[in-house]
Design a binder for this molecule. Structure first.
Ligand SMILES: O=C(O)CCC(=O)C(=O)O
Ligand SMILES: [Fe+2]
Length: 285
């Protein structure tokens, strides 16, 4: 991959997301898909009920069952891109696999309203997707103020409870009637989006697969530090609600990182509370 251009960086800053084509090779996808299936099976052994309208299953990739996925947050192309987009000093705080089986995902943001961090999610969908079968939808520029807050006030946030027929959002606007950018992606394409952006999906079938990595910029101001600590709490709560089969981090991943070029990540995770109650001494066993 050629480095992203200054125009792409401008595009990301303005619109809040970007799609980068063919970021992963076919060979990389082959091993990733294999490890995804192992993790999925392990998750189904833990619980068989998909969560809410999305009917989703989610699990961490940072354990010895999936060594290639453990390396994904350190992937040079991904790191280089995210560093250009949000800053040189970054660290990953989640690397998950996700499986969706519901008809839609409600309009939402990935950061609670009271949180304002410079964080992104990198998403690799493993299926061919478009606006009819669950491709990710964005409201361009909605990571920015005042639009972001106006959309909260508008009542865009949807409920994920219940089914699509009794879908509830204060705005009353059906998910697919909100004017949006609807992404079209093939396996290997990488979507990067600001955690504050409003997004949804529509028309997904069963077994829609994706892998996501969340990165945060290392905070500089007191306000950023406070926000990041809140984000750590939010992300641990979400993992509990979604019934993750294992903690996010393991000894195995920690020693990989400590023996590599990004050793400081471990201290960063510890410093802002991402590790607390979210670390397994024993890994998979
Ligand atoms: O693909 C979807 O339906 C939703 C994905 C999503 O909301 C996310 O990755 O944050
Ligand atoms: Fe989301």
């Amino acid at each position: 991959m050629i480095d992203i251009t200054s125009i792409e960086k401008k595009y990301f800053d303005m619109f809040g997301f970007i799609v980068i084509r063919n970021a992963l090779s076919q060979e990389e996808l082959r091993v990733i898909e294999k490890e995804y299936q192992l993790g999925f099976q392990r998750t189904l052994d833990h619980h068989s009920e998909g969560y809410d309208m999305r009917k989703q299953f989610n699990w961490s990739n940072l354990n010895e069952m999936c060594p290639n996925l453990c390396d994904l947050p350190s992937h040079p192309k991904i790191l280089k891109t995210v560093r250009i987009l949000i800053g040189k000093k970054i660290f990953p705080y989640l690397c998950n696999s996700n499986n969706f089986n519901g008809p839609a995902t409600e309009w939402h943001t990935d950061q609670n309203q009271d949180i304002d961090c410079s964080s992104v999610k990198v998403a690799f969908y493993l299926d061919e997707l478009d606006q009819k079968n669950g491709g990710l939808r964005f409201l361009p520029c909605s990571h920015k103020e005042p639009l972001n807050s106006e959309l909260w006030d508008f009542g865009l946030k949807g409920s994920s409870k219940g089914g699509i027929d009794d879908y509830e959002s204060k705005s009353g606007v059906p998910i697919d009637q909100v004017p949006s950018y609807n992404s079209v992606t093939n396996p290997g394409d990488m979507i990067v989006f600001n955690l504050k952006i409003w997004h949804s999906s529509w028309g997904g079938g069963t077994n829609r697969k994706n892998i996501t990595i969340n990165y945060s910029k290392y905070p500089e101001t007191k306000k950023e530090i406070e926000s990041l600590k809140k984000l750590a709490i939010q992300s641990k709560q979400t993992m509990k609600i979604l019934n993750f089969p294992m903690p996010q981090f393991t000894n195995y991943w920690e020693s990989l990182i400590k023996n590599g070029p990004n050793k400081e990540w471990i201290d960063n995770l510890d410093e802002f509370g991402f590790y607390e109650e979210n670390f397994s001494q024993v890994g998979v066993s």
